[in-house]
Design a protein around this ligand. Structure first.
Ligand SMILES: *[C@@H]1O[C@H](CO)[C@@H](O)[C@H](O)[C@H]1NC(C)=O
Ligand SMILES: *[C@@H]1O[C@H](CO)[C@@H](O)[C@H](O)[C@H]1NC(C)=O
Ligand SMILES: *[C@@H]1O[C@H](CO)[C@@H](O)[C@H](O)[C@H]1NC(C)=O
Ligand SMILES: *[C@@H]1O[C@H](CO)[C@@H](O)[C@H](O)[C@H]1NC(C)=O
Length: 340
């Protein structure tokens, strides 16, 4: 749906030796085109001229459009789509091979296009497309295939947890292709860090920007958007607000970030318990760069006292009810469901 355009091409580029040949080719082409119409990618227009068109299921590459270019052909295709390489527009009786490394991945001739199976990320990379006509080399070109992927649901975590007298940072990480951009709710500016990877984006923001509100980070690229939120609970009242989730459903491996907060200079941080047992704040205290499965971090900003509970990567054992209680005995609970 991101590719509403159709590539129309090249009815004028066909060069045929004679009319008999042309009728024969046309008949054959119509048969091939009808077949491909079933596949849903190549369809003929009114005059039976083949149109290599991008569709919901497939993307299309017509090497004839690139004949005079020496630069590699860059082709972006969404994950799960097929790629059709159509030889329409090449003169003579072309036979083409798509080569990856040492392997001939696919072959096509004038009457038969190459159609890949649905592409996955591992299909990304460099290919060589070589074409011969009547056993004489026509051209050889590099095709760089970029299989696009929507962003992963961002991993949302605390960072900078060991800096004394400073609130931690929120860190949001997502992968996709093209590399996603990350936005923070309220249009606040995070700091996008420069990573070597061309697929992963990491952004950080001061948690104090959100000391009295909820927060969400969203990762976006051409293929879509995924968001993760801080589950925020205000213990000033014991009544759940409408934006306080009472159930959180996560898939295995996703991150979880809970926070509860209470106003009052004289109060201590609220405490988290799971299934009725208080979580040991000393053994579970968050440490920098450590892959602890679950950790707790107290913080305060102005007169707000808060306690975070962070899990980088949830497992089934993390399911259950988490309750946060303040020293003035208000409490709120959230049921965390982890699906396999
Ligand atoms: C490529 O160049 C030749 C002559 O240099 C020209 O006849 C032909 O139309 C060009 N093809 C394309 C696709 O631009
Ligand atoms: C084109 O390729 C198909 C499938 O490999 C084959 O059946 C057909 O005979 C070939 N046609 C020509 C003209 O080489
Ligand atoms: C957080 O604060 C509570 C008191 O409200 C305390 O018992 C606990 O040790 C603190 N946790 C950490 C990790 O400092
Ligand atoms: C959590 O999942 C485990 C299996 O991993 C199951 O035995 C347990 O009953 C679940 N607990 C709750 C509260 O859903």
């Amino acid at each position: 749906m991101k590719f509403p355009y159709r590539w129309r091409c090249c009815s004028n580029k066909f060069s045929f030796q004679n009319t008999r040949m042309k009728t024969w080719r046309q008949r054959n082409m119509i048969a091939a085109v009808l077949l491909l119409c079933v596949v849903g990618a190549l369809c003929s227009d009114d005059m039976g001229t083949p149109v290599c068109g991008s569709s919901y299921e497939a993307a299309c590459l017509t090497p004839a459009d690139y004949l005079n270019r020496s630069a590699p052909i860059n082709k972006e295709v969404a994950v799960g789509k097929k790629l059709i390489i159509s030889l329409e527009g090449l003169s003579g009786s072309p036979v083409c091979h798509l080569i990856r490394g040492e392997d001939r991945v696919m072959t096509a001739n004038g009457s038969q296009s190459m159609v890949t199976s649905p592409l996955s990320e591992t299909d990304s990379g460099e290919y060589t497309l070589t074409c011969d006509s009547n056993n004489a080399a026509m051209f050889s070109t590099t095709v760089i295939l970029h299989v696009m992927k929507r962003p992963t649901k961002p991993q949302l975590m605390l960072d900078g947890v060991d800096v004394p007298d400073a609130s931690p940072l929120f860190k949001c990480v997502s992968e996709g292709f093209p590399k996603p951009t990350i936005q923070w709710s309220g249009n606040k500016d995070g700091e996008q860090s420069l990573k070597e990877s061309d697929r992963k984006t990491e952004s950080k923001i001061l948690s104090s920007e959100y000391y009295n509100t909820g927060m969400m980070c969203c990762a976006t690229n051409a293929e879509g958007q995924e968001c993760s939120q801080l589950y925020d609970y205000d213990l000033q009242s014991s009544v759940m607000n409408k934006d306080e989730a009472s159930t959180v459903t996560l898939s295995k491996g996703q991150s979880l970030l809970l926070r509860c907060r209470v106003n009052g200079y004289s109060l201590r941080s609220p405490v988290w318990e799971k299934g009725g047992r208080q979580l040991n704040a000393r053994t579970l205290s968050c440490k920098p760069e450590e892959e602890e499965e679950m950790c707790i971090k107290n913080d305060s900003h102005y007169n707000v006292r808060m306690a975070y509970l962070s899990i980088r990567s949830v497992r089934e054992e993390h399911n259950g009810t988490y309750t946060c209680t303040s020293t003035n005995k208000n409490s709120k609970s959230v049921y965390v469901h982890v699906s396999g």
